[in-house]
Design a protein around this ligand. Structure first.
Ligand code: NAP
Ligand code: G4F
Length: 348
């Protein structure tokens, strides 16, 4: 049975990847940050009591800012594949917490790479490593962007991802390690964090439709993103590590849409006129914006045999269906006299 170690297992992608690997028969180990509240909600569907027998998902407390814990976890788990998904992944927040973002996203990757390199050297094990790179690294580069496009990062987050990317390339070349950089364009789902624009929109429009909220405050509506479905994208991560040789791949749908278009589609699902409820709040604007992301995933199509299954319209619809159902449940509970710790106004 193959063993995989996932940093960032509690995130959107970590939860989809853990499900995929369990379905493929892997033993899956995830690194979880200690928090004062539960942060494993996305794993509820696959988590089982560790006291039961035959458990194939194990969680380990750890943090990519703590090098010695990463070494201990590697020693204990002895994985065949490592997926480095841990990140402070919010671009707007990275302007407010630039140093912290660099510590987690850039130096955190370096810490895990150093622990991985020593593990392979000391134990002589063949271990493969996936790095969660981002289309944000292309930033201001002209679209369409592919593996040959020069990076032009436009945020502390993107600069940190570029550093992590090049650490990976350097470790691959210097120490002959099996390391792949996935350069993934935006991917969303019903598990997307609530402060990213797609989920912020689908949650708010659903709640507004049911009278639970009156306004939606957003930033720049003119930017374009190549939005795919997270469940499709984790398959590409796995495929990269199954090849004969390590390489870097762009993963994208090849279609781009503006935030405005996302609003149009989402509002149409619940028959709302968004122009009457959306207001622009400058706090959500970024000091430097990425205007257009549009990926060319030809290499992933031809070498990995990967293609997205879910298109833009289907993505918006599945997110709206999910969030409308959540809003409906919230309304029912409120009418029954319960108050819920929901809302999230002023964030994102
Ligand atoms: P996400 O939902 O924000 O998840 C990030 C994960 O990293 C969470 O599990 C988080 O833990 C964990 N984490 C944060 N700081 C950490 C630390 N110091 N030590 C250990 N773990 C830490 O992000 P995602 O959308 O799943 O994305 C996964 C990865 O792909 C990230 O590296 C992201 O930058 C990258 N990426 C995402 C996209 C996209 O469109 N989704 C596109 C390209 C690249 P908590 O749950 O405790 O916060
Ligand atoms: O949803 P977003 O915050 O995603 P962004 O910045 O594209 O980053 C996401 O995708 C990257 C891959 O390209 C990942 F690496 C990264 O970790 C993250 O997952 O913003 C999308 C667009 C931006 O142009 C932003 O300015 O939406 C615009 N926007 C407009 N109003 C807003 C808002 N974004 C957020 N988060 N909140 C708003 O109110």
């Amino acid at each position: 049975m193959k063993k995989a170690l996932i940093s960032g297992v509690t995130g959107q992608d970590g939860s989809f990847l853990a499900e995929l690997l369990l379905a493929k028969g892997y033993e899956v180990h995830g690194i979880v940050r200690r928090a004062s509240t539960f942060n494993t909600g996305r794993l509820d569907g696959i988590y089982a009591d560790p006291h039961e027998s035959g458990i194939r998902l194990s969680l380990h407390y750890g943090d990519v800012t703590d090098a010695s814990c990463l070494r201990h976890i590697l020693e204990k788990v002895q994985p065949d594949e490592i997926y480095n998904l841990a990140a402070q992944s919010h671009v707007r927040v990275s302007f407010d917490q630039a140093e912290y973002t660099a510590d987690v996203v850039a130096t955190g990757t370096l810490r895990l790479l150093e622990a991985y390199r020593d593990h392979v050297r000391v134990l002589g094990r063949a271990v493969r490593f996936y790095q969660a790179g981002s289309s944000e690294m292309f930033g201001a580069a002209n679209p369409p962007q592919n593996e040959s496009t020069a990076f032009y990062p436009r945020s502390p987050y993107a600069v940190s991802k570029v550093a992590a990317h090049w650490y990976c390339v350097n470790f691959r070349e210097a120490y002959n390690l099996f390391i792949c950089n996935g350069i993934l364009f935006n991917h969303e789902s019903e598990r997307r964090g609530e402060t990213f624009v797609t989920r912020k929109i689908t949650r708010a429009l659903s709640r507004i439709k049911l009278g639970l909220q009156s306004k939606l405050y957003l930033g720049n509506l003119a930017s374009y993103r190549d939005w795919g479905y997270a469940g499709d994208y984790v398959e590409a991560m796995w495929l990269m590590l199954q090849q004969d040789a390590p390489n870097d791949y762009v993963v994208a749908t090849g279609e781009t849409h503006s935030v405005r278009e996302f609003l149009d589609q989402a509002a149409a699902c619940v028959d709302l006129d968004w122009a009457k409820i959306v207001e622009i709040d400058p706090r959500y604007l970024r000091p430097t914006e990425v205007d257009v992301l549009l990926g060319d995933a030809t290499k992933a199509h031809s070498r990995l045999g990967w293609a997205p299954r879910i298109g833009f319209q289907q993505l918006v619809t599945l997110m709206m269906n999910n969030d409308f159902e959540l809003a409906r449940q919230e309304k029912t509970l409120r009418e029954a006299g319960f108050t819920l710790p929901l809302g999230g106004g002023g964030r994102g």
